[in-house]
Write a protein that binds this ligand. Structure first.
Ligand code: KMH
Ligand code: ZN
Length: 293
C-alpha cells in the first residue's frame, strides 16, 4: 500500500516520541447550560481549578470557551484576555481559545478572539448542521481567520466535523501555506448530529484523506461516541480530546462529576495502547506554538 495518504504522526516531529499522547481537555463548551449541569466549570475560578486538575491528570492543552456572569456563552474581549492570563499564570497548559463560540455568535466577534493572544485557536473548516442549529463557517470567514492566525502567530487547530472539511483543509493549505510554527494539527470532532458519525469507519476515512502537510491529529467523539472514537483514534496512532464540552456521562445514567475524570479515563485508555501523556513542553513542540509568555 502506498503511504501517500498515511498521516504523518508525532514520529515526524523531533522532540516528540511516538508514544507521547496529547490529551486535550475541553472543559466547558458553549452549548450546555449551568442550570442543566451545575458541575460545568463556567466561572474563571472553576475553569482554572478544572484546568489545574486536568493538567495534573495528564492533559497538555485546554480548549476554552468562556461564560459571562450569568453563565451564558461570551466572547467578551477583556474576559478572554483575563482567562488566557489566568491559565498561563496558574497552569503550564497550551491555551487554545475557541473561535467557534456558540452557534449564535456572529463571525466578526469570533475573529476578535485572537486579540486575546492565546497560544492556539480552534478553526473549523466548514459549516455544519449542529443539532437543530447551524454552526456557520463560510469559506471567506475560514480564510480570514486563518490569515489572522498566521499574522498573530497563533497556532490553529483545524476542527474537522465532516469529510468535506478535510478537503477544505487541503484547499486552505494550498492557498495560504502553512500555519505559524510550520506544524499542521487537526482534530476530528465526530458524532455531532449533522456532521460525520462517531465511528471507527468514519475516522479511518478521514485519516486516509488528510493532506500530507498534517503533522499530527486527534479526535473527539461527542456524547456516547466518545469511547468508540477514542479507541479508534488510539489504534490509528492519533491523539485525544475529551471534556465536558463533548460528553456529560461516563456511562448510561452515570453523570460526569468533573473534567478530571474524563482526562483520567483518556490517560488510562492511552496506557492500554502503550502511550503516555505528552508533557506540555512536548505539546508546544508538536504544535509549534510561540514560547510561553
Ligand atoms: N460550540 C460549537 C458550535 C469550536 O470550539 O471551535 C462550536 C465549537 C467549535 O465548539
Ligand atoms: Zn469548542
Amino acid at each position: 500500500m502506498s503511504d501517500r495518504h498515511q498521516p504523518q504522526t508525532d514520529a515526524a516531529t523531533p522532540g516528540v516520541p511516538p508514544e507521547a499522547l496529547l490529551v486535550t481537555v475541553a472543559p466547558t463548551g458553549a452549548e450546555t447550560t449551568k442550570a442543566d449541569c451545575p458541575q460545568l466549570p463556567t466561572t474563571l475560578a472553576e475553569l482554572v481549578t478544572a484546568a489545574q486538575e486536568c493538567e495534573a491528570a495528564g492533559a497538555a492543552m485546554v480548549h476554552v470557551h468562556i461564560r459571562d456572569d450569568d453563565h451564558r456563552p461570551s466572547l467578551d474581549a477583556q474576559r478572554l484576555a483575563d482567562t488566557v492570563a489566568a491559565l498561563h499564570a496558574e497552569t503550564d497548559l497550551v491555551v487554545q481559545l475557541s473561535t467557534g463560540g456558540s452557534v449564535h455568535d456572529p463571525l466578526d466577534q469570533r475573529l476578535k478572539v485572537l486579540d486575546a493572544a492565546p497560544d492556539s485557536c480552534s478553526l473549523t473548516m466548514g459549516t455544519t448542521n449542529f443539532g437543530d442549529d447551524v454552526f456557520s463557517n463560510p469559506w471567506p470567514f475560514v480564510c480570514d481567520l486563518y490569515q489572522l492566525s498566521q499574522e498573530r502567530q497563533v497556532v490553529p487547530e483545524f476542527e474537522l466535523f465532516d469529510l468535506g472539511h478535510v478537503a477544505a483543509l487541503t484547499r486552505l493549505l494550498k492557498t495560504y501555506g502553512l500555519p505559524y510554527g510550520g506544524k499542521v494539527h487537526c482534530d476530528f470532532v465526530m458524532g455531532v448530529p449533522g456532521g460525520m458519525p462517531g465511528t471507527a469507519d468514519a475516522l479511518v476515512a478521514g485519516v486516509a484523506a488528510l493532506p500530507p502537510e498534517v503533522t499530527s491529529w486527534g479526535a473527539t467523539g461527542i456524547g456516547r461516541t466518545t469511547l468508540a472514537v477514542g479507541l479508534a483514534a488510539l489504534s490509528k496512532g492519533g491523539h485525544l480530546r475529551v471534556g465536558m464540552e463533548d460528553v456529560l456521562t461516563l456511562a448510561r445514567g452515570v453523570p460526569v462529576d468533573n473534567n478530571r475524570q474524563l482526562v483520567e479515563r483518556a490517560v488510562a485508555m492511552g496506557a492500554l495502547a502503550q502511550r503516555r501523556p505528552m508533557t506540555t513542553t512536548e505539546a508546544r513542540t508538536l504544535l509549534g506554538t510561540r514560547p510561553r509568555p
